[in-house]
Ligand binder design. Structure first.
Ligand code: NAD
Length: 260
């Protein structure tokens, strides 16, 4: 389905982003992966995508807090892979702390990575998509783009911001055969979720088991974590021709969380 197209996926060295990369490569897209981590592990993932799916896969180490690096990453994808057809804004971090103690530098980093980086990728990629006459922009938002939870001021603000950015850009490019949507997962079992358990234990004075049952899965009526494959499957669908009229939407994939 995506044969000959290029997908740039931010924050794809781990978790949901890596699942997007593999799912889009499976559809034939050449891939630019991005993110942090151990260099050998990243190279293994990159080479694995090429070997498993017979596509080209390149890695960009661009830091999503740095507008110049983000801008250069999109141009580099176009130069090395020939186009920028699918853009997935997925890089994200979390910090869990009460508002009066919330570190200013954590606020700034979360707004930069989870929200502003998408502004910078989109503003650079849209001219290429307009020129090609086709494009798909997919933002990984969150159930936290639709509802809030305590102690996540920066994350919830950034995700509500990405919802606004999604709708606005969708309107601007609606006549250019470019769709812009946000996927809003509930709790997906990835390193991002695993890492917030100790802080949530501290903030709520709970045990690990209590955090999983009473905080995380309590929000999800299915009582199951969403899987990275399910989220990636939705992104692949959004890239299909069948999804051409879906634009400007926030699509929950949250086990019923935001139905409550
Ligand atoms: P993860 O920690 O497994 O992956 C995050 C990725 O972002 C990694 O590749 C990391 O290297 C990258 N990253 C972090 N800072 C970066 C920076 N400055 N520059 C470039 N890359 C950077 O987490 P995940 O759970 O897969 O999260 C991916 C996205 O999904 C995030 O936007 C997150 O908010 C969103 N999300 C996750 C869940 C969940 O339950 N896991 C739920 C809803 C939304």
């Amino acid at each position: 389905m995506l044969s000959g197209k290029t997908a740039v996926i931010t924050g794809s060295t781990s978790g949901i982003g890596l699942a997007y990369a593999r799912a889009m490569a499976k559809q034939g897209a050449n891939i630019m992966i991005n993110g942090f981590g151990d260099a050998d592990a990243i190279e293994k993932e990159r080479a694995g995508i090429e070997a498993d799916f017979g596509v080209k896969c390149v890695y960009s180490s661009a830091d999503m807090t740095k507008p110049d690096e983000i801008h250069a990453m999109i141009h580099e994808a176009h130069k090395t892979l020939g186009s920028v057809d699918v853009l997935v804004n997925n890089a994200g971090i979390q910090h869990v702390e009460a508002i009066e103690h919330f570190p200013v530098e954590k606020w700034d980093a979360i707004i930069a990575i989870n929200l502003s980086s998408a502004f910078h990728t989109i503003r650079t990629a849209v001219p290429y998509m307009r020129e090609a006459g086709w494009g798909r922009i997919i933002n990984t938002a969150s159930a936290h783009a639709l509802v809030a939870s305590p102690f996540k001021a920066a994350y919830v603000s950034a995700k509500h911001g990405i919802a606004g950015l999604t709708k606005t850009v969708a309107l601007e490019v609606a006549e250019n055969n470019i769709t812009v949507n946000a996927i809003c997962p509930g709790y997906v079992w990835t390193p991002l979720v695993e890492k917030q358990i100790p802080d949530t234990m501290k903030a709520r004075n709970m045990t690990e088991e209590q955090v999983k049952k009473e905080v995380l899965l309590a929000a999800q009526p299915t009582k199951e974590f969403v899987t990275v494959e399910q989220v990636a499957g939705l992104a692949v669908f959004l890239c299909s021709d069948t999804a051409a009229s879906i634009t400007g939407t926030l699509l929950p994939i949250d086990g019923g969380w935001t139905a409550q």
